[in-house]
Design a protein around this ligand. Structure first.
Ligand SMILES: *[C@@H]1O[C@H](CO)[C@@H](O)[C@H](O)[C@H]1NC(C)=O
Ligand SMILES: *[C@@H]1O[C@H](CO)[C@@H](O)[C@H](O)[C@H]1NC(C)=O
Length: 419
């Protein structure tokens, strides 16, 4: 049992101190540094993918990508926008090859999340048909899909539950990963261990958060972190979960009910204009699951040097094979939410300082962002590094002549309609 009185006193002391190492500059402003996080997984963040893989970008009619974006430019700014920026990035990337015969990986530029409600929420319902249509097209016009049935192809599927294409977990599980994508490498935001919507070998990426906007809200790095715990967002989703308990598996409701009156907790549904600044004034930022285990708060916390408190059982975090999440963040089991105050106040100050030092490393922040134009070590490069680490392809990637594994007519009949 930790000495609570003592740690509380040291906390009060810490809160008063300006923690100068708490937040570094955003990658754009950071000097190029060769600093390595020695002895940790962070090392591979520095890898340069150029020369380690070649990617062929299929040319598709614009109705699969650009036209969708023209119809609703909000697709460029929502948290699924990585699918668009990855396409743009690859077109001018040094890893791109125009000769498919020498490609290690094939990329199909489809924007499955660019179908928004009037309120700007992405609808996943057309995505299976868009995907099927695109795959039909590439398999009819090029020989490469049939050679592997997609095992050397990668797709960006940043939806809540990736290629399961539904925002409600139960429905997503029922649907499963779109049958035609079963052999492909899926680059997705969703990550949860032992979940039907996460295939082994998938690459989990950060959600998109606008780098320039974040940069514009930076405050001096020596600003004291006077907020102990910070959170802005929904606790209940009454529109989609009227009876409660299903949204965030009850974890967010529990945060609110237990800590709404606790002075250490600055939590609310109001989204203030100082949201980004507030995160830079906070020591801990709650990152609870919502409908999906992940949210943009993960990215914001890292970029703003606020220790992410990850409340999402079995979550698989972005680039978990490269980013030392255990060193950066605090993991709290969903069932332990009622003890959040004790858990967080019991963390010794030297451990907090150590986590803040890790967070201040520019490599961590870079890996979380999709800047335009791309920069070395950013999230684009981490995706390529992930693909490069899967090479060379295994023998099982290539099918015998005439061999078929995928079932083109499997799945809900609604998905089989032409798009
Ligand atoms: C790939 O296989 C499908 C049948 O599964 C066939 O319709 C198509 O023509 C094949 N593509 C090529 C390029 O041979
Ligand atoms: C493909 O899936 C459909 C629908 O589930 C099923 O009826 C059919 O038997 C499957 N075909 C093969 C070859 O497994």
């Amino acid at each position: 049992m930790p000495n609570l009185a003592f740690t509380m006193i040291s906390w009060v002391f810490l809160l008063l101190l300006p923690i100068t190492i708490a937040v570094g500059k955003l990658p754009q402003a950071a000097p190029i540094t060769s600093e390595r996080i020695s002895g940790s997984a962070g090392d591979v963040l520095e890898d340069d993918p150029v020369g380690r893989l070649k990617v062929y970008v299929y040319e598709l009619p614009s109705k699969y990508n650009k036209k969708l974006l023209q119809k609703d430019p909000r697709c460029l700014t929502h948290m699924f926008a990585a699918e668009i920026f990855m396409h743009r990035f690859l077109l001018s990337s040094a890893v791109r090859t125009l000769n498919p015969e020498e490609a290690d990986w094939f990329y199909t530029p489809v924007y499955p999340t660019c179908d928004l409600t009037p309120n700007g929420l992405p609808l996943p319902f057309k995505s299976p048909r868009i995907m099927r249509s695109a795959i039909q097209l590439i398999s009819a016009n090029w020989p490469y899909w049939n050679r592997t049935e997609g095992a050397d192809h990668f797709f960006l599927v940043p939806h809540d539950f990736g290629a399961c294409f539904h925002y409600q977990e139960e429905k997503a599980i029922e649907r499963g990963i779109l049958p035609l994508l079963q052999r492909a490498t899926l680059v997705q935001t969703f990550g949860q261990r032992n979940h039907v919507c996460l295939n082994e070998g998938s690459i989990t990426i950060p959600p998109y958060a606008p780098p320039q906007k974040m940069q514009a809200h930076l405050i001096p790095p020596d600003t004291p972190r006077s907020i102990f715990v910070y959170f802005r967002g929904l606790f209940y989703d009454v529109n989609n979960d009227p009876e409660g308990g299903y949204y965030a598996r009850g974890a967010r409701a529990s945060i609110w009910e237990n800590f709404k009156n606790n002075p250490l907790f600055d939590i609310s549904t109001d989204h203030p204009t100082t949201y980004y600044e507030d995160m830079q004034r906070a020591i801990f930022c709650l990152c609870p699951l919502g409908w999906a285990p992940w949210s943009p708060r993960l990215v914001e916390s890292v970029v703003f040097g606020c220790i992410p408190v990850i409340i999402a059982d079995d979550i698989v975090l972005p680039f978990a094979d490269a980013i030392p999440w255990e060193d950066i963040g605090v993991f709290v089991a969903e069932k332990d939410v009622p003890y959040l105050d004790t858990i967080l106040t019991s963390i010794p100050p030297h451990v907090v300082l150590r986590k803040q030092r890790f967070l201040a490393n520019p490599s961590m922040k870079k890996a979380m962002l999709f800047p335009q134009p791309a920069q070395p070590r950013d999230a684009f490069h981490q995706i390529l590094n992930g693909l490069a680490r899967k090479l060379p392809h295994q023998k099982t990637t290539y099918l015998k002549p005439g061999e078929k594994i995928l079932n083109w007519t499997a799945g809900p009949t609604g998905d089989l309609k032409p798009w």
